[in-house]
Design a protein around this ligand. Structure first.
Ligand code: LP5
Ligand code: MN
Length: 239
C-alpha cells in the first residue's frame, strides 16, 4: 500500500494533531511500503537547526518509522519550504522535487503540494519566487533562531489577514495551469494538497478523463490518509 498525506501543520501549539500523527506513524503507517507527505507537514519551518522539542520528537518518530521499513518521501510546502538535507538525514526521509512523477505498476501519478499552481494569486507567487532563491534563503537562515521565529509569526499574521481579503477563487489552483501540468505528465492522476478543499475532481484534458485528488488538511481531532492499494484510491480518517 502507498499512503499520501498533506497539510498537517504540526507545531507545539497543536498537540492534538501531533498526537494523531505520532500514533499514525507508530501504527497504520507501518502497513504501507511508502508514505508520501505532500507539503506543509509543519506549521512553519524556520530552518533545520530549529531546536523546538516537538519538531525533534516528530523527526525521531519519522526516523523510527523509516527504520521499521517504510520509505518516507516529503515535498516542501509553502509553510516548510526551508526543509533541507540536514532534516532529511535526521528523519531518514527523502525530499522530493515538486512536481514529482510517481509511476507504479499499472498506474501513474503526479504529486505536488499545489501552491505553485495557484497562479491567479500573483501576490503570493511573487513572494514565493523571492523566498525560493538561494540568496534569500541563505540570508534568512543566517539570522538567529529567535528572529526567524518572530519573522515567521509575523508572516503568518500577514497571510491570515491577506487570505480574508483575497478572492477565494484566486486561492485555488488555476485551471489551465493545472491542465498543463497534467498534460506534461502524460495525463497521470494528480494528487495535491494546499487548498484545504478536499475533493475529487474530474478533468477532461485533450479529451482524456483525468482525476485530481485534493488531500484534506489535518485538524486537532482528525487526520486523513489517501491510500492506494494497487487498484483504487480511498480516503481513510484518523482520530
Ligand atoms: O499558509 P496559508 O494557507 O495561510 O496561505 C498561503 C500563502 N501564505 C504563505 C505564508 C505562510 O502562511 C507562512 C510561512 C511560514 C514559513 C516560515 C519560514 C519563512 C519565514 C519568512 C519570513 C519573512 O505561504 C498565502 C496564499 C495562500 O496560501 C493561498 O494560496 O494566498 O499567501 C500570502 O498570504 C502571501 C502574500 O500574498 C504576500 C506576502 C508578502 C509579504 C511581504 C513581507 C514579508 C516580510 C514581513 C516580515 C515578516
Ligand atoms: Mn500549503
Amino acid at each position: 500500500m502507498i499512503h499520501f498525506i498533506a497539510d498537517l501543520h504540526l507545531s507545539s501549539r497543536a498537540p492534538g494533531v501531533t498526537r494523531i500523527f505520532l500514533d499514525y506513524l507508530a501504527g497504520p503507517a507501518r502497513q504501507a511500503e511508502a508514505l508520501y507527505i505532500l507539503g506543509d507537514l509543519f506549521e512553519a519551518w524556520i530552518g533545520d537547526d530549529d531546536d523546538d522539542p516537538v519538531y525533534l520528537e516528530i523527526t525521531s518518530a519519522l526516523k523510527a518509522a523509516g527504520d521499521s521499513g517504510i520509505s518516507i518521501l516529503i515535498q516542501r510546502g509553502n509553510r516548510d519550504f526551508l526543509l533541507g538535507e540536514r532534516f532529511a538525514a535526521a528523519s531518514g526521509t527523502r525530499i522530493l522535487p515538486d512536481p514529482y512523477p510517481l509511476s507504479l505498476p499499472g498506474k501513474s501519478f503526479v504529486l505536488s503540494h499545489g501552491d505553485a499552481l495557484c497562479t491567479g494569486d500573483t501576490e503570493y507567487q511573487t513572494f514565493r519566487c523571492e523566498v525560493r532563491t538561494p540568496a534569500w534563503q541563505s540570508a534568512f537562515l543566517a539570522k538567529p533562531l529567535t528572529e526567524r521565529r518572530r519573522l515567521a509569526a509575523q508572516l503568518r499574521q500577514i497571510s491570515v489577514q491577506n487570505k480574508k481579503e483575497k478572492d477565494a477563487a484566486l486561492m485555488d489552483l488555476d485551471q489551465s495551469t493545472t491542465e498543463n501540468l497534467i498534460r506534461s505528465h502524460n495525463y497521470a492522476t494528480f494528487i495535491h494538497g494546499h487548498t484545504h478543499r478536499p475533493a475529487t475532481h474530474h478533468h477532461l484534458v485533450d479529451g482524456i478523463a483525468v482525476e485530481r485528488w485534493v488531500l484534506a488538511d489535518w485538524q486537532e481531532d482528525r487526520g486523513e490518509v489517501l491510500v492506494w492499494d494497487g487498484k483504487t484510491l480511498q480516503r481513510q480518517e484518523l482520530s
